[in-house]
Design a protein around this ligand. Structure first.
Ligand SMILES: Cc1cc2nc3c(=O)[nH]c(=O)nc-3n(C[C@H](O)[C@H](O)[C@H](O)COP(=O)(O)OP(=O)(O)OC[C@H]3O[C@@H](n4cnc5c(N)ncnc54)[C@H](O)[C@@H]3O)c2cc1C
Length: 416
């Protein structure tokens, strides 16, 4: 049996260990943490959304960067294969809203546990608390080949493992406290491979407006968002979505914001603005009728006491401020022009995006080892024999919904 070193014991590394052992290799997983799957443990808010039950075409549609590269791996091992695989290991699964697949137990630890048990059954060697310091590459008959890896044990003792086969499964740069510190991307660069600079994605956004602090913790459901940027000196709609968002002390987060971040990095320096429609189910005319109805009930009240049925409590002073209407004004004194301004504030609440939060809060990394360097059929480097990449270290990323873990499973399953 041929030795193969897998660097990183996250989702892709563990899965690679199982797949390669089943294909006749003798894998050694080297992980710097004291346990496997540290990031996997926190996925899906601790419930692990391990895939999305959908067709391969839909898997591909949810890849944001380099979806073409994933064709072969997804057709070879799709979400149904992942579901069958985990159920075959005795893990009961359920499918929730948006085809998101979770363990019935709602515990990510159960996903880690079935993978670990399978690795042990297949006699895969696992070295924990051992850091890979670098990959040694030499030249054989004119072509570059892997020679070995340098490792450092917990007691600081360094060692060299000679091997002709290495799988880099070191993940991206996001949530570095889980161990994903971008080592694989750094090594790829050092080995002369092209790399797309890592950027945080599926990440909250920082806004200029101070009122977000006052709204901290407020979650809005059923709102629509539209992002506008200055492109060639003209305002251009660059993204829109419908769903749920959250205000934080620095700006905005929640599902529609995180998804948007994967598409909008390139517009950050282009006067990027977010417009929230707080009442997307109502046209301006319908909203006007609704306001007139609410006002007629509250006719003798102060304006600030008339919006309770329309808006969450926290939002009322902010919207009043933006509308420019005196909060103490009697409702029956509000003019049509003022009502129109209020409608505008409700349908088009403007926020200026001044940045994204950093890697510490990014669900995934955009960027990584260029797909031009990797054979999509078996994840091997096109120029360095014996070198392979799987999972988030590759310049591929997807939206939320279980697609990023499916990238980890499918790329690992493609290894030969
Ligand atoms: C909070 C959060 C929630 C998420 N939820 C979901 C979800 O529900 N569904 C979904 O599909 N995706 C989710 N993701 C994304 C998903 O977790 C990642 O895409 C996936 O874990 C990538 O797997 P990987 O094995 O490539 O990398 P990682 O899981 O990052 O694993 C890399 C491993 O390599 C090890 N390593 C790195 N460098 C070295 C070295 N030099 N020596 C030894 N070991 C090393 C690290 O310690 C780490 O254990 C979530 C991410 C986060 C941060």
């Amino acid at each position: 049996m041929k030795n193969i070193v897998i660097v990183g014991g996250g989702a892709a590394g563990m899965f690679a260990g199982i797949m390669l052992a089943q294909k006749g290799y003798k894998p050694i997983i080297i992980e710097k943490n004291d346990r496997l799957g540290k990031k996997l443990f926190i996925t899906g808010k601790g419930r692990c959304n391990l895939t999305n039950e959908c067709t391969t075409e839909d898997l591909l549609k949810n890849i944001v960067t380099n979806s073409k590269f994933m064709c072969s791996a997804f057709y070879g091992f799709d979400s149904y294969a992942a579901i069958n695989f985990f159920e075959g290991l005795g893990l009961k699964l359920k499918t929730e809203r948006g085809n998101r697949v979770f363990p019935v137990s709602d515990h990510s630890s159960d996903v880690i546990s079935v993978l670990t048990t399978k690795l042990k059954r297949l006699n895969v060697s696992i070295m924990l608390e051992t850091e890979v310091l670098g990959i040694d590459v030499g030249i054989n008959e004119e072509s570059k080949v892997v020679k070995g890896v340098r490792i450092r044990h917990k007691n600081n003792k360094e060692e060299y493992i000679a091997t002709a086969d290495v799988v880099v499964a070191t993940g991206g740069v996001s949530y570095p406290r889980t161990g994903s510190t971008g080592d694989g991307i750094k090594w790829a660069k050092e080995m002369g491979l092209s790399v797309s600079e890592p950027k945080p994605a599926l990440v909250p956004m920082v806004v200029r407006e101070n009122f977000c602090k006052e709204l901290m913790g407020l979650s809005l459901k059923n709102i629509s968002v539209t992002y506008v940027a200055k492109v060639k000196n003209k305002d251009k709609k660059v993204y829109s979505d419908f769903g749920e968002m959250l205000f934080t002390h620095f700006g905005v987060s929640g599902p529609v914001i995180l998804s948007a971040s994967s598409h909008l990095g390139k517009y950050l320096s282009e006067d990027l603005r977010l417009y929230i429609d707080l009442k997307p189910g109502l046209t301006r005319e319908q909203l006007n009728d609704r306001l007139l109805r609410d006002f007629s009930v509250n006719i003798n009240k102060q304006f600030r006491n008339s919006l309770g049925d329309l808006l969450p409590k926290k939002l009322i002073p902010v919207i009043i401020d933006i509308s420019g209407i005196d909060q103490y004004k009697k409702v029956n004194e509000i003019t049509k022009e003022e009502r129109m301004r209020l409608i505008e504030s409700l349908k088009n609440l403007e926020l200026h995006i001044i940045g994204f939060r950093d890697f510490a809060e990014a669900i995934i990394t955009q960027g990584g080892v260029s797909v031009k360097e990797i054979n999509p059929k078996n994840m091997e480097s096109k120029t360095i024999k014996g070198l392979r990449f799987v999972g988030e270290v590759i310049d591929v990323d997807a939206l939320t919904g279980g697609f990023n873990l499916q990238i980890a499973w499918s790329t690992a399953a493609a290894l030969e």
